[in-house]
Design a protein around this ligand. Structure first.
Ligand code: SF4
Length: 86
């Protein structure tokens, strides 16, 4: 991996981390929190992911997923499945 590729990968990681932190903070303050029914529906879809990307609680980035920790993502109302499944 070249230096530019490493910098780009680090930048993308930091951007995703930042979005995750902001999303969790909003959910913690109940500003953007999904309902329990919505979170459970999302969980059911992910656990039988039509794209086969559910892997150890994450959406498998190496296969084109978002790389998110899904238990947190399900609880943030404005989050979306990168493949449009929910
Ligand atoms: S977020 Fe979408 S693509 Fe990722 S595991 Fe869940 S259903 Fe699959």
């Amino acid at each position: 991996m070249t230096d530019d590729e490493e910098r780009e990968a680090l930048g993308e990681t930091m951007r995703r981390f930042g979005r995750g932190v902001i999303g969790l903070a909003k959910a913690s303050f109940r500003l953007d929190r999904s309902t329990e029914t919505q979170a459970e529906a999302r969980m059911a879809i992910c656990k039988t992911c039509p794209s086969g990307l559910y892997k150890n609680g994450r959406c498998d980035r190496s296969q084109g997923g978002c790389g998110c920790f899904l238990s947190a993502k399900w609880r943030i109302a404005s989050e979306r499945c990168p493949k449009g499944h929910w």
